[in-house]
Every structure is written in C-alpha cells, then in structure tokens.
Design a protein around this ligand. Structure first.
Ligand SMILES: [Zn+2]
Length: 203
C-alpha cells in the first residue's frame, strides 16, 4: 500500500509563496509567517493589512526634483527653500532618511535609485543621474557631496559624477572617513555618518 503524503492545502501554499516575494525571506520564514497568519490573525487585521498595502502603493510617487520616494509631487526637503545650496548624492531614499536622522546635514539631496554597475548591466542612463547634472546648473549648487556606498558600484558612480562635474567646474567631494570599505550607508551609525560628512574630501 502506498500512503499519500500530507502537504499543506493549496491556499496555504499560495500564502507561503507570497511571503517569499520579500527580500531576505526564505522558505522556512515564509512558512512560519503564513502559519502565524492563518492561526493568529483576525479577519479585521488581515483586511487592515491589505488596505495599508494597497494605500501605500497608490500613494507612492517619486519626487520630481530629487527622485526620492514620497506621496507628494515635490518632497518636503525639495520644497524647503531655506536649505543650503549643497547636494548630497545617495543611492536610495533610505539613505536620505538615515542622513536626515543625524540632523547634521542642512542641504538638499539627490536619490540615484541605483548605482552604476557594468557587471549587472546598469549604466548611467539606467539611473537618475542626468537629472543631477541638470539640477546642479539650474539650482546654483555650490557643492556636490557624493555619499554612495564604499563598494565597487558606489566608487564607480562617484567617479562618473566627478568626471562630469569637473568639466563644468563644480566642486565635488566624497564622504569616506570611518565608513568601512564595502560598507553600505544603511549600516553606518549616526556618529560615523556625521564624521564621514565632516571629513569629506575633494575628489
Ligand atoms: Zn525631493
């Protein structure tokens, strides 16, 4: 006699698969989350969760000036006319939030939404970089501070920015001190970031 093997039912398998869409969630964690959801979550909680998820998707736009994620056409920082005329260039919105938390930077930002990476087929045209050069001219920017991560992609992107700005005679600096080689901005603590900003060097 051949016994049939017990598996999860279809809708539960579907939920496990959904959780696996998220970065860093493997099959085991997805299974745990799905089992928690079917056993512990009330219907209102699930309805609220799906509503929150749909809302954030509906609200999310990119700032038409700096490219960060926002629910407005122009984000709060770009709308603030009292900031210093410097541009801090970062990879993503998450890095902007990290720098804002330090309270030590008072200029504007530019979110590239990616870094140049020939290995992964990402060229300058694929990221929000032309807009950066337009802004530097249009907004009378005094200094561009490149705060991309200290890995190969971050360094290549910084070099590209430096080369373009150099032709226009714009001062470009690079943060660095205290940031571990290969280190992501998102893993740096606030003191390290403040030190990195203070000790920026001309490229
Ligand atoms: Zn903005």
């Amino acid at each position: 006699m051949v016994c049939s093997k017990m598996k999860y039912y279809k809708s539960l398998e579907d939920l496990i698969e959904c959780f696996q869409m998220f970065p860093g969630i493997g099959p085991k964690t997805a299974e745990r989350l799905a089992l928690f959801a079917v056993q512990k979550l009330q219907k209102e909680k699930v309805e609220n969760f799906s509503e929150v998820l749909l809302n954030v998707l509906k609200d999310t736009k990119k700032c038409s000036v700096c490219g960060c994620l926002t629910d407005k056409d122009v984000c709060e920082v770009c709308s603030d006319k009292d900031r210093e005329k410097t541009l801090l260039v970062v990879g993503s919105t998450k890095d902007i939030i990290t720098f804002e938390k330090t309270g030590q930077y008072h200029g504007y930002y530019h979110a590239l939404g990616g870094l140049i990476s020939p290995l992964n087929g990402v060229s300058p045209q694929d990221i929000n970089i032309d807009k950066l050069f337009e802004r530097v001219k249009k907004e009378n920017i005094k200094e561009v501070i490149v705060a991309t991560s200290a890995n190969i992609e971050g360094e290549m992107t910084a070099l590209y920015i430096k080369n373009v700005l150099e032709k226009d005679g714009i001062k470009a600096t690079r943060i660095g001190y205290g940031l571990p080689a290969g280190g992501d901005i998102e893993y740096a603590d606030e003191i390290t970031l403040i030190k990195a900003l203070e000790s920026r060097k001309e490229m």
